[in-house]
Design a protein around this ligand. Structure first.
Ligand SMILES: NC(=O)NCCC[C@H](N)C(=O)O
Length: 415
């Protein structure tokens, strides 16, 4: 009976105390029109390595979401459905459309767009973007000034299928990301709008970041936040996450009380190490999968703990550790076993890390979903007793993110 109560309480409390507890609910985004917006000329700005084939990408993504359902029984939420539900609030919709038009300087068209497109179409515009010539078909006497017909009135969000990054769930609540790269900034606005307004979630949001009153919060992205244990979280100081953001998130987490320790891990600022979860993932209470080159090159680490809360003011302590990432993990994970991508074989581990070999998605303890192309890593995982379920990855991997990057777990069994 007690267990049932606890289950009911924890099912959707939007806190996670592990990276591997049996999955119960996850948020994903089935890629759509936004992928067809990529060209050889804009792909760098939009953070893609190549121009994927949408039809095949969708088939691969469907294989992934179906595998999650079949193998774990978890509920898979689709971002598009949640988004449409919250956009029925016209004020909210107008605000998002207006913000999205800022870059093209066409904010004066926001009302027209909201009036002439259905709510579902507006959701499609906020994710897939809108070109000036498309808008002209709806609004024939449109004044777009000097802007060319083939320019974007609203830019697309092709990275939206990397649902891990626009927010992060921790033992203490939600970190809403402040995305570093301009090409991804709207993603965080969409997720925050959903979670703060959707009737299924809004009452369970405990916001850790951004801190109230910060208009332009320093950048932090969900892929840099990893739960190490019930009491500890690691945050990457990376190409995407700023040390000020780590400080503020650490302070809020420590003040909230569920988390006792927050580790800051400096990563080399390189594209292939863009987030902490590109160099390691946690697969069980004592097993991590890592990219050895990163483990060996990370030495700048710090530990935040709570000093005191006095007169409502929170004071935290920062201790510079300068320990390797493995040492940091050993502090938190007793009897740690470290498995290297491609079993450490230098001929393959660099290749497989590039296609996110270290970035597997745990659907339960020692049960992971991995890209089929990372054959040497998958073999090493199986030899370690891990159940490895493979998904096709020719197109999905062109965005440079792996199975963990593509998922936002919302509920896991407590471990
Ligand atoms: N957590 C992750 O590592 N996510 C992968 C994000 C890939 C995306 N193309 C990006 O560059 O932001």
């Amino acid at each position: 009976m007690v267990k049932l109560d606890e289950e009911a309480y924890t099912y959707m409390n939007l806190r996670l105390n592990s990276e591997f507890g049996t999955l119960r609910a996850v948020l994903m985004h089935r890629p759509g029109k936004e992928i067809d917006r990529l060209t050889p000329y804009n792909k760098e700005f939009l953070l893609f390595e190549d121009v994927p084939y949408l039809d095949a990408l969708q088939r691969e993504h469907d294989a992934f979401s179906n595998l999650i359902k079949d193998a774990s029984g978890a509920k898979v939420y689709q971002l598009r459905e949640l988004l449409i539900r919250v956009l029925y609030d016209e004020k909210m919709l107008l605000g998002l459309i207006r913000d999205s038009l800022k870059r093209s300087g066409l904010t004066h068209l926001a009302e027209d767009i909201v009036e002439r497109y259905s709510t579902a179409e507006c959701a499609g515009i906020l994710t897939g973007g809108l070109k000036v010539h498309e808008l002209k078909r709806k609004i024939p006497n449109l004044d777009a000034g000097e802007i060319m017909d083939f320019a974007f009135a609203i830019a697309p969000c092709p990275n939206l299928y990397f649902q891990r990054d626009p927010m992060a769930l921790t033992p203490g609540g939600i970190v809403f990301s402040s995305m570093k790269m301009e090409g991804r900034q709207r993603e965080a606005d969409l997720l925050r709008t959903i979670f703060e307004n959707h009737p299924e979630f809004k009452d369970n949001v405990n916001k850790i970041y951004p801190v109230n009153g910060h208009d332009n919060p320093p950048s932090i992205e969900g892929g840099d936040v990893i739960v190490l244990s019930h009491e500890a979280v690691a945050i990457g100081n990376s190409e995407r996450t700023d040390e000020k953001a780590i400080y503020h998130a650490a302070k809020a987490l420590l003040a909230e009380g569920s988390v006792q320790r927050v580790y800051e891990v400096h990563l080399p600022k390189k594209r292939q190490y863009m987030h902490l979860d590109t160099v390691f993932t946690v697969l069980d209470e004592n097993l991590v999968l890592t990219y050895p080159d990163a483990m060996n090159s990370v030495f700048q680490t710090s530990l935040y703990t709570l000093k005191e809360i006095k007169d409502d003011k929170v004071h935290i302590r920062r201790e510079v550790l300068n320990e390797s990432l493995v040492k940091v993990l050993e502090r938190e994970i007793p009897h740690l076993e470290v498995l290297a991508t491609a079993d450490g074989n230098p001929d393959y581990s660099m290749r497989e890390q590039w296609f996110d070999g270290a970035n597997v998605f745990a659907i339960g303890p020692r049960r992971v979903i991995s890209y089929n192309r990372n054959v040497h890593t998958n073999r090493a995982l199986r030899e370690m007793g891990v159940e490895v379920l493979e998904i096709p990855s020719s197109e999905l991997s062109r965005g440079l993110g792996g199975p963990r990057c593509m998922t936002m777990p919302l509920s896991r069994a407590r471990v």
